[in-house]
Write a protein that binds this ligand. Structure first.
Ligand SMILES: [Zn+2]
Length: 248
């Protein structure tokens, strides 16, 4: 009998120890993710999408997100019967699906129409100061800045606004700035059929400016250089154009 009790006690210790161990493991993982988010470490150049990402229609997604936003606000203690808040869940859900995360769906990718370089312009073409609005995927707060994109044609050219549209398409996703930069360059390389594409992004992350460290002045610069832009002279020509203080 005594032995049986002791065995029971021992088993209980093992069980409790196991649970505590699991809790500890859980905590550390959670802490790791929290830290990783604050450090803004991305994992791949592809947006981490699930295989079933597009099984639901946009309207079905809006319905589901609306319920979830309502739940968040209720949990925070907000009175959703108040006139000012009544429309918020639906408004936020539509904004997520149709606007700020509207670039997740491959159907929204700008069409790949290109032209022959008839006037044989063989120098660098730079589209600078492209206004960029994106969303940090670690905090779901805005990233606001400018992208500067350049390419050297190997016979194919794109309409100028195509570059703005490609920037906008990839910006409208939960993003990491480094990934956004790479995605823009890869897409233009594909469309233009050349490696000679570059992109520099200078952007403010509201998760750094408005919370956490609250540094309102700092901005983040990333750059991706393909093909000829890896050459120092070509690269500095591009950077000189970006720094041109053009006034109109
Ligand atoms: Zn962030």
């Amino acid at each position: 009998m005594v032995e049986y009790k002791m065995l029971n006690k021992a088993l209980m210790y093992i069980f409790v120890g196991h649970i505590l161990g699991l809790m500890k493991l859980d905590q550390t993982l959670e802490e790791q993710y929290e830290e990783r988010g604050d450090d803004h470490v991305g994992s791949s150049s592809d947006t981490p999408l699930r295989k079933d990402a597009f099984l639901l229609s946009d309207d079905e997604k809006i319905d589901r997100i609306q319920d979830n936003v309502r739940e968040i606000l209720l949990t925070l203690g907000m009175d959703l019967d108040d006139d000012s808040l009544k429309g918020t869940p639906k408004r936020v859900a539509k904004m997520f699906v149709k606007e700020i995360f509207g670039g997740l769906h491959p159907d929204k990718k700008p069409s790949a129409s290109t032209f022959d370089n008839k006037y044989k312009y063989g120098e660098m073409l730079v589209e600078k100061n492209i206004v960029l609005y994106s969303t940090c995927e670690h905090h779901l707060l805005p990233i606001v800045g400018r992208a500067h994109v350049a390419y050297i044609s190997n016979g194919t050219v794109v309409g100028l606004s195509k570059m703005n549209r490609i920037v906008d398409y990839y910006a409208k996703r939960p993003q990491v700035q480094e990934r956004l930069n790479i995605q823009i360059v890869k897409e233009l390389q594909k469309v233009l059929g050349t490696e000679d594409v570059a992109c520099v992004i200078d952007a403010k992350h509201l998760c750094v400016n408005s919370r956490g460290i609250r540094d309102i002045e700092s901005s983040t610069v990333t750059a991706e250089y393909g093909g000829k832009f890896k050459d120092e002279a070509v690269r500095s020509e591009f950077l000189d154009y970006i720094n041109l203080d053009t006034e109109f």
